[in-house]
Design a protein. Structure first.
Length: 160
């Protein structure tokens, strides 16, 4: 029989998850900080950052991100909002935490330098929440773990 601390993440990680979720939700909906950039502003950021980046990152910026900066400008607030809401409620924490960390890593590499530390902190918080399954304690993942399929929650096949 496993101890309760083995099954559920600590309350500290739940607090980190909820804080990251609230910040991402607020940023995505425009409640915090400046308004989200439009396509030309994102293209300018990516072009200026790609000039100083090593090979693979520069290629990613030029070929993938600059392909349609208007779509990226549309998706950015929605990714932040949905991943923030999921982290705040503890719903699908693993996939949404990884998605948020991926998006914030892009913002860290290609975004404005003055907010790079914030993007780094939020990416680490989102990834830590995903890795620790922080939605299983005080979150909807704990209640829905048996109801949702493994592919949706990215949980192991042996449920605790």
């Amino acid at each position: 029989m496993s101890r309760r601390s083995d099954v559920y993440p600590s309350l500290g990680l739940v607090l980190v998850r909820a804080t990251a979720g609230g910040l991402l939700l607020g940023s995505g909906r425009g409640w915090l900080g400046a308004p989200n950039p439009d396509g030309p502003a994102i293209a300018a950021l990516v072009q200026s950052a790609a000039a100083d980046l090593p090979g693979l990152l520069a290629w990613w910026g030029r070929v993938v991100l600059l392909e349609n900066p208007d779509a990226l400008a549309f998706l950015w607030p929605w990714v932040l909002t949905l991943s923030g809401l999921g982290l705040l409620l503890g719903f699908l924490v693993r996939p949404l935490g990884v998605l948020a960390a991926f998006a914030l890593t892009h913002a860290l590499v290609f975004g404005r330098e003055e907010v790079a530390l914030l993007h780094l902190c939020l990416a680490v918080m989102a990834l830590a929440s995903a890795l620790s399954q922080a939605g299983r304690r005080i979150g909807l993942d704990g209640a829905l773990l048996e109801a949702l399929p493994n592919w949706m929650t990215w949980s192991s096949s042996t449920r605790r």
